[in-house]
Design a protein around this ligand. Sequence first.
Ligand code: GTP
Ligand code: MG
Length: 618
Amino acid sequence: MARGAAAVTGVNPPLYFYMQKIINIAIIAHVDHGKTTLTDHLLRQGGAFGERDEITELVMDSEDLERERGITIFSKNCSIHYQDYKINIVDTPGHADFGSEVERVLKMVDSVLLLVDAKEGPMPQTKFVLSKSLKLGLRPIVVINKIDLAGQRAHKVIDMIFDLFVKLEATDSQLDFPVVYCISREGIAKYNMEDKSTDLKPLFETIFKQVPPYPDKSAGPLQLQVANLKYDDYVGRIAIGRVTSGTLSKNLNIVVSRRDGRLEPGKIIKLSVFEGLKQVEVESAQCGDLVAAAGIPDITIGETICSVDDPHPLPLLEIDEPTLTMGFLVNDSPFAGKEGKFVTNRHLRERLERELQTNVGLKVEPLSGAEGFKVSGRGELHLSILLEQMRREGYEVQVSQPKVILKTIHGEKMEPVEQAIISVPDEFAGAVIESLGERRGLMEEMTTKHGTTTLIYSVPTRGLLGFRAEFIMATRGEGILHHSFARYERFKGEISKRQNGVLISGNNGQTASYALNNLQERGSLFVGPGVKVYEGMIVGENARSKDMTVNPTKEKKQTNIRAAGADEAIRLTPPIKLTLEQALEFIDEDELVEVTPKNIRLRKIHLTALQRERNPRE
Ligand SMILES: Nc1nc2c(ncn2[C@@H]2O[C@H](COP(=O)(O)OP(=O)(O)OP(=O)(O)O)[C@@H](O)[C@H]2O)c(=O)[nH]1
Ligand SMILES: [Mg+2]
């Protein structure tokens, strides 16, 4: 019988339900260790693509922004059929800001593939996702990836992973982890480094050997805990999760056990399972399978869908609190509305409300005293990704300086602190240590090997804002920096702000080469020639600590044509183009980033010199 063909109505378990063997796995790793690449090849070799399908690389990174940045932002489900198994695969994001999403994903899988780069070894996010997996009792399969890289040190890396398991208090059975070596990019897996292999068969075999198919719990009470959310204009919120027990079917009356403990009646109006890259609508889904269920408008993460007669909710999932906040303000710059389609407060509100449907760690509150919203999230990337999506959709918005969210715990002021892991050529270590010291960082470990210094620091999130740009400069782009939220700690005291002032345009108009040529002696410019500027817009960083109002539009006087050396060609240093994240890290309290579909500008909140004089910075 075809899968899901048995029509199920009412709450009785189906009589002739075809049980298939189901295994659910998540692919977890530090950023860039090759999760999505491996998923690609698992899909290919699992026959997810038809003969005529055009196969795009990294097909799971389906969002424009993901393709552009080469990172996974949202975890995504897919499945393959291999032998007589259905394997649901969840590709997860590796960036620390999305760590809590990965944590939730782990609740719906039976095992994880822990990918580790054979050269880089375990990194902060490896540790984070591993510790969460171990705590949930999962038995990871370790995949040493990128063994084709020059400088791979697979065996050493396995030792490091073993130590990490020990440090994280893995059980004996978890410590006995299987290892598979991979070149994900070529779709090859091996049991031993020296084996010859042309496909991922050793990995598939290891999965089957290690992970028993989901047990038949179809006679148990219905349980589906929501691990992820999606949104669809037609059916509204979609809950994604595993049918832990029982059978879920379309049109079934259910109850939802809410976060506050209430049981609320509801009905499933649409039910899908994951087949290959697609979602396929089904009448019913068997226990163990991952499903997308629609029909409960305000269902949220961690809540359980239960049977009406015999509700057995699963323990709630914690939702991590935001650590960083920014103001999303209505654009009131002189250029407002020129480049975007959606600019009003209402537009912003509707867009942010839509985001709240699925963006779990996000918090939105109206601002008092200004048109706009206070938007809080799990980190800079979390919020800047949202801004980047909004500008692509045609929104204009102004953003205020990111601020960490302080908490009072037992009467004490606490702030978020991150763990930073840094690798730099030895000669740059001194500068980095000095800079982190100024930022109230605390060195936890320092090792030097083969000309590379590795530093482990605990640094307040506050201190890391704006650090990356400085770090890149200080290490001439040769340093590697990773950081992720660790915990709240006692407030560390003042941290000095940006040292340099800015160059502010005092004029409206278009920038002129002549003016810029003179200005570039005063600092680093953010604009090239022929750029429209307004009074109050920031056009560069001042080499000195004070702000300075300048005229970037000034043309050369054309009167004295015969003056000696008059046509000396003007050579301008190329302007510094700040990315959105860099711009957000750069601005001070009295400044804003103006984000439109076409441009990222910096400005002073107070546009004229007079206003700024009347409202001096503290
Ligand atoms: N040399 C080599 N490169 C690989 C291999 N696997 C992946 N890569 C490369 O590593 C980079 C990152 O791969 P992704 O699959 O996007 O990594 P990811 O873990 O999904 O990254 P995030 O989703 O951003 O956390 C890409 O440039 C891949 O081509 C491999 O086996 N060997
Ligand atoms: Mg990825």
